[in-house]
Design a protein around this ligand. Sequence first.
Ligand code: FES
Length: 112
Amino acid sequence: MAKEAHERKTEFFTVARTTEVVSGRARVVFLRGIEIALFNVNGDFYAVDNLCPHEGGPLAAGTVGGRVLTCPWHRWQFDLKTGCSPVNPAISVQTYPVQIEGERIKIGMAVD
Ligand code: FES
């Protein structure tokens, strides 16, 4: 009999306080061995892999206009909410769900 696909659940982990990520800036956090760029865009928080899918540029050092993040190395762009490139839908960066609990910023990650 075929084994059922293992269902993974998402757990949320505290990675920073809201006061530690200034509006318009990003901070690098590490969660379960993954380097994540955590952005504050006018009080809305977004989390994406810090390593650009192109050549590994540091996305936390990129610039943000609206919700669009531009990589500092070769200017690839990504929507911070969906992770998708606004110009090439075949390109995307991993995004992570963010929850705010009081002052705590939590990032969701699938766990076994
Ligand atoms: S490394 Fe990000 S665009 Fe090239």
